[in-house]
Ligand binder design. Structure first.
Ligand code: T6T
Length: 325
């Protein structure tokens, strides 16, 4: 009897010793939901996220919609929540429309971190408001990005003339902030520049190209355009080329797909502002893992920019920030 009791006690001790170790060895699954799947920006973000996942022994699931739209993103989010990952990283496609769908994840006990874009005001964990539940926001400083774009365009056009912003649609935190920063900088420091009405293209480069031609037809004295994301910039640049205005209508592009190199070298695009999406993905996974293993994490992480133009695009330290495809 004594031996049986001793063995039982030993078994309990052994379980106590083994259980925490097993918990530590748990293989976490982290889901990354991009704004859309077919975009070099998010493809590069996924690479950075995968690098962190490999380093940590985490399973990364990348699941998204083919276009940048809450109507297609929310069903993807619901499907991901149903699979109960340990954490969700998401680039919400609308500041307001993703709040309730993401609250479902949070209510189900799945930690949420937003990458690239935010919900609500983007200031999280304040105990105020209805959209402060995500644990962290990891992204570029998009207001600053818009200011950088404004300064670059002002320089390219000799600080005077008519320009406009080619943008996606209102309600997206990143592109809204870029436009805000752009207009703020123009109003504060460039009195000779007139900013015409913003053209919204729904993330459709063809639409952005025809809008450029229409704006140019109405304003033959147009001297510049700021493309506020990858598709807006590519489209606006194509529009300038189709209008036969290469070099006359200056283009400042946000984002850096590989095709931007040619556009810079031919003089179609003056400046491209590359974000660092791989860092966003890497720190997204790292932050989720830190949280899941009991560490506290920063409520916001800011990543940087690389400014590309003719003078530096051949430098490997610059071109390494071109996006993957
Ligand atoms: O500019 C990026 C991203 O930061 C933005 O939120 C949406 O558009 C891109 O993905 C580029 O297409």
């Amino acid at each position: 009897k004594k031996i049986v009791a001793a063995l039982a006690a030993l078994a309990i001790c052994a379980t106590a010793l083994v259980t925490p170790a097993l918990a530590q060895d748990k293989k976490f699954t982290i889901a990354l939901i991009p704004g859309l799947t077919t975009d070099g920006f998010y493809i590069t973000m996924r690479k950075g996220a995968q690098a962190a996942a490999d380093a940590l022994g985490v399973t990364l699931v990348f699941q998204g919609a083919p276009d940048f739209n809450p109507v297609t993103q929310v069903p993807v989010l619901d499907a991901v929540i149903a699979k109960k990952p340990d954490a969700i990283l998401i680039a919400p496609t609308d500041k307001v429309q993703l709040v309730e769908p993401l609250r479902k994840a949070n209510d189900a006990g799945i930690p949420v971190i937003t990458v690239d874009t935010f919900i609500g005001s983007g200031v999280y964990q304040t105990g105020a408001g209805e959209a402060d539940f995500p644990l962290s926001y990891i992204a570029s400083d998009n207001i600053l990005g818009g200011e950088i774009a404004a300064r670059a365009l002002a320089k390219a056009i000799g600080d005077k003339g008519k320009v406009y912003v080619s943008n996606v649609k209102p309600g997206i935190s990143t592109t809204d902030q870029r436009e805000e920063g752009f207009k703020k900088e123009m109003a504060a420091n460039h009195p000779g520049i007139t900013v015409l009405e913003t053209q919204f293209n729904d993330n459709d480069a063809n639409k952005a190209a025809s809008q450029l031609q229409a704006v140019f037809a109405r304003n033959p004295d147009l001297v510049g355009v700021f493309g506020a994301n990858l598709f807006s910039a590519l489209g606006a640049a194509n529009g300038v080329q189709q209008a036969g205005q290469t070099g006359t209508v200056k283009v400042v592009a946000f984002d850096a797909p590989t095709s931007i190199v040619d556009n810079i070298n031919t003089g179609l695009v003056d400046v491209a502002i590359a974000q660092h999406p791989a860092e966003i993905g890497y720190f997204g996974v790292m932050s989720a893992y830190a949280h899941l293993t009991g560490q506290s994490i920063p409520v916001a992480v800011g990543t940087g920019f690389t400014i590309m133009d003719k003078s530096n695009i051949a430098d490997p330290n610059i071109s390494k920030y071109l996006y993957s495809e």
